[in-house]
Design a protein around this ligand. Sequence first.
Ligand code: IMP
Length: 219
Amino acid sequence: MTDGITLVVATKNTGKLIEIESLLKNYPVNLKNLSDFGPIPPVAEDGDTFDDNAYQKSAFTARVLGLPALADDSGLVVPTLGGLPGVHSARYGGDGLTDAQRCELLLQNLKGKADRRAYFSCVISIATPTGAALTYEARCEGLVAEAAVGTNGFGYDPIFYYPPLKKTFAEMTLQEKSRVSHRGNAMQELQHEFAKVLLWLQQQMPVPEKLSCQGGVVC
Ligand code: IMP
């Protein structure tokens, strides 16, 4: 008995949501996202690691909604820039920038650097309202391109060049990207043991108290 479990994808990032929902669409779970609920208070995302932030998001959402929640924390790590943008990927250069402006800033900051190695990192956390959680993580190695190429995807996709396919992530279809990406790989780890995860979620969920009808009969 695994169907019937609801899993909330806890992200406001449309690009991530599209990828995660597409990866989970054939699984026996009732998928919801944040727009299925009323306003939820903002979650603090102030950890020093992808791991901390993924857990902060999943545990907070699960507690507020009383439902299991899946969150992703991810970002682009460029070793020659000391690991930036890293956990600050979404805010690199300040809050007001667009994705295209952040890509441009990164290209500027890498100007003249010979070492253009980079990797995307992703941590997926699935938490229950009690705070218990499972974690999956993966990375995808590549290079920062010399210029933005391609129009698919989101974030740093136009400047992340993946040598094995000789394309940036923004030149790939959703399916191509998901086969090799940090998120796709972390989700594959989860998918390998999905049946066990559903069972675990059921065990973690509090059993609703049965209301007693007149005469002490439980109904
Ligand atoms: P988070 O919501 O703090 O995890 O922000 C992640 C940020 O990392 C996003 O806003 C993007 O800028 C970047 N990022 C994460 N995954 C990807 C990806 O698959 N493609 C492009 N950019 C990504």
